[in-house]
Write a protein that binds this ligand. Structure first.
Ligand SMILES: CC(C)(COP(=O)(O)OP(=O)(O)OC[C@H]1O[C@@H](n2cnc3c(N)ncnc32)[C@H](O)[C@@H]1OP(=O)(O)O)[C@@H](O)C(=O)NCCC(=O)NCCS
Length: 160
């Protein structure tokens, strides 16, 4: 089941992260260190007017399998992040979560979706390319790639 992440979902994070490898944590958070309680608290508390956060949850067990998020960062630009349990990768969950947050981007006023990706993150790069993102070196953070997807049709941009 895919649903909005809820504040009470912080209790699901320790089990979720026990199935995430250090290298996958590094690809997502740029650090392999386990998340602190404070970080988990912050990840599960967000303003729904500013962010879309979708959680994949096992129907029978209630376990968290993956999370896709999009936070408005400035103007009409939003930053995405996605992570799936290491033992559940390659089954379509990451793509599903990312598609859902992109579909809901306009509901928080976001028309350009961006994300920072480590160059060695071949899985995320392939997924982003499949969804139509352009990938280029990040102009601000050296050594990182920036994936960006413009959701506004060109006609609309010309009219604005
Ligand atoms: C990146 C990540 C979210 C992808 O999730 P996933 O559930 O494994 O991806 P999916 O199964 O939905 O794959 C979707 C597509 O992505 C591509 N892809 C995903 N992993 C890939 C890999 N390791 N190598 C090549 N392509 C890959 C494929 O094109 C795939 O399409 P297909 O189903 O037609 O083969 C997941 O690997 C992950 O959590 N990685 C660690 C954290 C991370 O890197 N987050 C991104 C930083 S923002």
């Amino acid at each position: 089941m895919i649903r909005a992440l809820q504040p009470g979902d912080d209790v699901l994070y320790p089990e979720f992260h026990s199935h995430v490898s250090g290298s996958d944590r590094r690809l997502r958070f740029f650090s392999a260190a386990p998340l602190s309680e404070r970080q988990i608290f912050r990840l599960t508390r967000y303003d729904p007017r500013e962010a879309v956060v979708r959680a994949a949850v096992g129907i029978d067990c209630g376990e968290l399998y993956g999370v896709g998020r999009l936070h408005r960062i400035q103007g009409r630009q939003g930053e995405f992040a996605v992570m799936v349990r290491s033992d559940l990768k390659g089954q379509g969950l990451g793509g599903l979560l990312l598609r859902q947050v992109i579909e809901r981007a306009p509901s928080i006023g976001v028309t350009e979706v961006v994300g920072l990706v480590l160059p060695e993150n071949t899985g995320m790069r392939a997924l982003a390319e499949e969804l139509g993102f352009a990938i280029a070196p990040d102009p601000e953070e050296s050594g990182l790639l920036r994936a960006s997807l413009d959701l506004e049709p060109p006609d609309h941009r010309r009219a604005a």
